[in-house]
Design a protein around this ligand. Structure first.
Ligand SMILES: [Zn+2]
Length: 64
């Protein structure tokens, strides 16, 4: 019960992509951005979108 909450450090960010929350327009926007980047094979933009989405999930949805 007293154990501190640890972030999973064994998972690579590239292997586990954040999932958008249904009904959230900001999640949808970032998911679309990632999708567009992927369709253009712009891997750095895909990574960027994942970073923004993960940050948004943590800030707005309490996920991380
Ligand atoms: Zn959201």
């Amino acid at each position: 019960m007293m154990a501190p909450r640890q972030q999973g450090s064994t998972l690579s960010p590239l292997q586990r992509e954040p999932a958008p929350v249904p009904g959230c327009s900001e999640c949808l926007r970032l998911a679309n951005r990632r999708q567009n980047a992927r369709s253009e094979s712009d891997h750095s933009a895909v990574t960027d979108a994942n970073v923004y989405l993960r940050r948004h999930l943590k800030a707005q949805h309490g996920e991380g």
